[in-house]
Design a protein around this ligand. Structure first.
Ligand SMILES: *[C@@H]1O[C@H](CO)[C@@H](O)[C@H](O)[C@H]1NC(C)=O
Ligand SMILES: *[C@@H]1O[C@H](CO)[C@@H](O)[C@H](O)[C@H]1NC(C)=O
Ligand SMILES: *[C@@H]1O[C@H](CO)[C@@H](O)[C@H](O)[C@H]1NC(C)=O
Ligand SMILES: *[C@@H]1O[C@H](CO)[C@@H](O)[C@H](O)[C@H]1NC(C)=O
Ligand SMILES: *[C@@H]1O[C@H](CO)[C@@H](O)[C@H](O)[C@H]1NC(C)=O
Ligand SMILES: *[C@@H]1O[C@H](CO)[C@@H](O)[C@H](O)[C@H]1NC(C)=O
Length: 438
């Protein structure tokens, strides 16, 4: 639900370079669900802002302008600077588009299913995407020369145009029907479907006989139809992540032990259920480590600390807060709990990283980039149950672990660091607390 609203927000109110001095580079709403919440409060005022929507497209998808070949002819709409400073920026926009592509590619999501409420029919608040939103996604894929996806989204927009008669019904903010036809010509041309492309070009010319760009395109399309060129294959993105996250992992039962652990005085008082997930790499999960109250408190104290991390050892679309034991009682408590359970000394094991993910939040390290300094072990506590996605995968162990709120995943880095991935979050929020152990 949040996801869809954010898409609307992003598309309808984006900041324009040069007009505002004090605006940040990014509002981080794509990489952090916390940032989304504050942004959503501004949504109502942003929805009417159409001009910036067009401008951001021109800025970031400049080639699209060439594709459209025509001034969109939208009335200038005044925007107060105050409002502008509170709107998503170009970085947010690019990140949003990246998040959309990641989700659609990694999970093989059908555009139609996505548009009709993002594969969640139970959520009452979900609404279908508008023609504008489908069109902007169609344009993004066109820009990336992914003509198949582009055509799917454009066809969806076309369905809207055919099903609804008035612009009010269509919820059209920016694009008109000829703009859609132009894009359909380009997508079909990219797919080598010159007959279809000609059909849309002719339809456009029947509406606007003076459309100079289409007048020059038509003979080109005729030529291409009789002399079809070899089509370039689209560049594939997120393939490693797709392989890791879409694969089925069979649970190896039998070898695994599930038992109660009470190896420290603390645990004697409150034994925990532990499951050994992999013997070779010593990957275990401890259930019920943190209670809801501690989780809420940990999130509360982390919020002001959350920071965008540009150069993490891997790729993490998230914000991280680094907390020391001395900063808050709850952090000390969580730290002690981790050390108690794992048996690691407290010396040198002070910091706890709390991570908040955003849209398509994921951790996707480059397998070739090994950390310079290897830590002995890692403890990761799930502070949420992601509703869809968000699993931790250890590719080398063929192991996938579903997030389970309050449980702690521990793994040892014996000869070398164990690489893990976190799959993109498809639905729901995700927070984790991570601790590097030495
Ligand atoms: C979304 O679109 C589908 C198919 O066009 C329709 O059946 C459904 O009622 C729509 N949902 C909403 C919330 O408008
Ligand atoms: C586009 O999709 C069709 C099937 O829907 C497929 O046969 C074709 O290979 C795809 N083209 C590209 C370039 O991916
Ligand atoms: C097309 O251009 C001609 C001459 O320039 C003009 O007379 C005519 O009105 C234009 N048609 C449309 C639909 O704009
Ligand atoms: C966390 O913060 C919220 C909002 O400020 C507050 O209502 C809640 O009581 C806090 N929870 C804990 C456990 O500190
Ligand atoms: C957190 O602190 C540790 C130890 O001081 C440091 O190694 C790590 O890079 C920090 N992480 C972030 C995200 O700042
Ligand atoms: C981040 O991801 C990109 C591709 O998604 C990859 O090329 C790059 O190497 C990754 N960077 C790191 C540090 O893992």
């Amino acid at each position: 639900m949040l996801f869809l609203c954010v898409v609307v927000t992003a598309c309808l109110g984006l900041q324009v370079k040069g007009e505002v001095v004090s605006a940040p580079d990014s509002y981080d709403f794509v990489i952090s669900s916390e940032a989304q919440l504050s942004l959503l409060k501004l949504r109502e005022t942003q929805v009417n802002n159409l001009q910036s929507y067009k401008k951001v497209l021109q800025m970031h998808l400049q080639k699209i302008r060439r594709l459209l070949k025509k001034d969109l002819g939208i009335e200038q709409i005044g925007i107060s600077q105050k409002l502008l400073t509170q709107q998503p920026t170009s970085v947010d926009f690019e990140e949003l588009m990246g998040a959309m592509r990641r989700l659609q590619t990694v999970y093989d999501l059908d555009s139609y299913a996505m548009a009709e409420g993002f594969i969640d029919d139970k959520d009452k608040n979900i609404r279908n995407w508008s023609a504008d939103e489908c069109l902007i996604l169609g344009l993004m894929y066109l820009f990336l020369r992914n003509y198949n996806q582009s055509e799917h989204w454009l066809q969806l927009a076309l369905v809207y145009y055919e099903n609804y008669l008035s612009p009010e019904e269509l919820k059209i903010k920016l694009w008109n029907y000829p703009n859609l036809l132009e894009s359909l010509v380009e997508a079909n041309k990219g797919l080598g479907r010159y007959l279809e492309a000609k059909k849309y070009a002719n339809e456009l010319l029947s509406i606007n006989p003076n459309h100079t760009y289409m007048l020059t395109q038509l003979p080109k399309l005729k030529y291409l139809q009789s002399n079809p060129p070899k089509l370039a294959k689209p560049k594939k993105e997120f393939q490693l992540q797709k392989a890791i996250c879409s694969k089925r992992y069979r649970r190896k039962s039998g070898v695994l032990v599930c038992r109660y652990v009470d190896w420290t005085p603390f645990l004697k008082l409150a034994p925990l259920k532990m499951e050994e997930l992999s013997m070779e790499t010593h990957i275990s999960i401890f259930y019920g480590v943190l209670r809801q109250k501690d989780i809420d408190e940990l999130k509360n104290v982390s919020r002001p600390k959350l920071q965008r991390i540009e150069h993490l050892s891997g790729n993490c679309s998230c914000k991280i807060g680094n907390l020391s034991s001395s900063s808050h009682d709850v952090v000390r408590k969580v730290n002690e709990l981790i050390l108690d359970i794992t048996g690691f000394p407290s010396k040198g094991n002070q910091m706890l990283e709390v991570i908040n993910y955003g849209i398509a939040g994921n951790y996707n390290p480059d397998d070739t980039a090994r950390p310079r300094k290897q830590n002995k072990a890692n403890a990761l506590i799930f502070l949420d149950n992601a509703e869809r996605g968000g699993e931790i995968v250890f590719p080398s162990r063929h192991l996938k672990v579903r997030p389970r709120k309050g449980s702690m995943l521990v793994w040892m880095n014996l000869e070398r660091s164990v690489i893990y991935h976190q799959c993109p979050i498809l639905k729901g929020n995700m927070w984790v607390a991570n601790k590097v152990l030495n």
